[in-house]
Design a protein around this ligand. Structure first.
Ligand code: AMP
Length: 291
């Protein structure tokens, strides 16, 4: 496994493999890797000859007062995890290499970037879309592997790829969870043991929402929100639900008429405890409720 820090070097490497008919896959990450990231690497390795993992804590996707400075970083640990997973290259540019001194261009995926997370993190998805297109232009992968954990990010990246005719396929991989149901996340490192135990309720209230819609035919989203908020208050006092939204998984529009809706449903949430902010989601199919 090699560590590459320069954009021109990873571009040359990718060109070389393209000439030799080998498929290059990209797994973009911000490091402090866990089993969720590893599942992406293994799937990428299974479906492609060469796997590049990018490790870059992207400053432009953090807002003022967010956790950019304290975001966990441990390159030596990440290196071993990648090596064990059979990764071929780590691409870890520094900020200067990624953005230079005078970057004027930003990529905005309008409308869908302003919903859900966008309401609480203005500018976040502009930073994400811009860094992802830069990573795609650096690594030039045939496929990019993304986790369902970041559902809105996936919708945005897929739309950007489509809108800008980028020749890369986005592959979405299931969310890896702790035994408790808690979605694995680098930010879980911020949680105390007690907070981590309580945070398991987040995946529970997502399953509850799914159950209410599919098994109980509840059509009133506000009723679902009321019930899950009550469960959260009881089981995880100290956690504040920032949003709990029921949308389609395409343009992230709120589903107004649940009973008449047929297709993929995305329930997403964000919750805060102290300074730690966690997100999670569940995606499932729904058929029209028979009259
Ligand atoms: P991050 O390092 O948090 O920016 O995440 C990098 C990639 O790993 C994104 O595509 C995430 O959706 C994905 N990812 C993060 N957590 C998980 C998880 N628990 N299971 C699967 N994929 C994940």
């Amino acid at each position: 496994m090699k560590v590459i820090k320069e954009i021109s070097a990873i571009q040359d490497i990718s060109d070389y493999y393209k000439c030799t008919g080998k498929k290059v896959a990209l797994v973009p990450t911000m490091g402090y890797l866990h089993k969720g990231h590893v599942s992406l690497m293994l799937k990428a390795k299974d479906e492609n000859e060469i796997v590049v993992v990018s490790i870059f804590v992207n400053p432009t996707q953090f807002g003022k007062g967010e956790d950019f400075d304290k975001y966990p970083r441990d390159f030596a640990r990440d290196y071993h995890i990648c090596e064990k997973a059979g990764v071929d290259y780590i691409f870890s540019p520094d900020t200067e290499e990624m953005y230079g001194k005078n970057q004027f261009t930003k990529v905005t995926v309008s409308d869908i970037s302003e919903k859900l997370e966008g309401k609480f993190r203005p500018g976040h998805f502009e930073g994400v879309a811009t860094v992802v297109i830069k990573l795609l232009n650096a690594v030039k992968p045939v496929r990019i592997y993304l986790g369902q954990k970041d559902a809105q990010q996936n919708v945005i990246i897929k739309k950007m790829i489509d809108d800008l005719n980028i020749d890369t396929e986005a592959v979405i991989c299931e969310t890896m969870r702790e035994e408790s149901g808690l979605a694995m996340s680098s930010r879980n490192a911020y949680l105390t043991k007690d907070e981590k135990n309580k945070a398991a309720v987040l995946s529970f209230i997502l399953s509850e929402g799914k159950r209410m819609i599919l098994s109980e035919n509840v059509n009133d989203i506000q009723e679902i929100q009321r019930q899950v908020t009550k469960v959260l208050k009881e089981r995880a006092p100290g956690f504040e639900l920032q949003y709990y939204e029921v949308t389609d998984n395409n343009l992230l529009n709120e589903i107004r008429d649940l009973s008449g809706y047929e297709g993929e449903i995305l329930i997403s949430l964000a919750a805060k405890t102290g300074n730690t902010r966690l997100i999670d989601n569940i995606i499932f199919q729904k058929k029209k409720t028979p009259a």
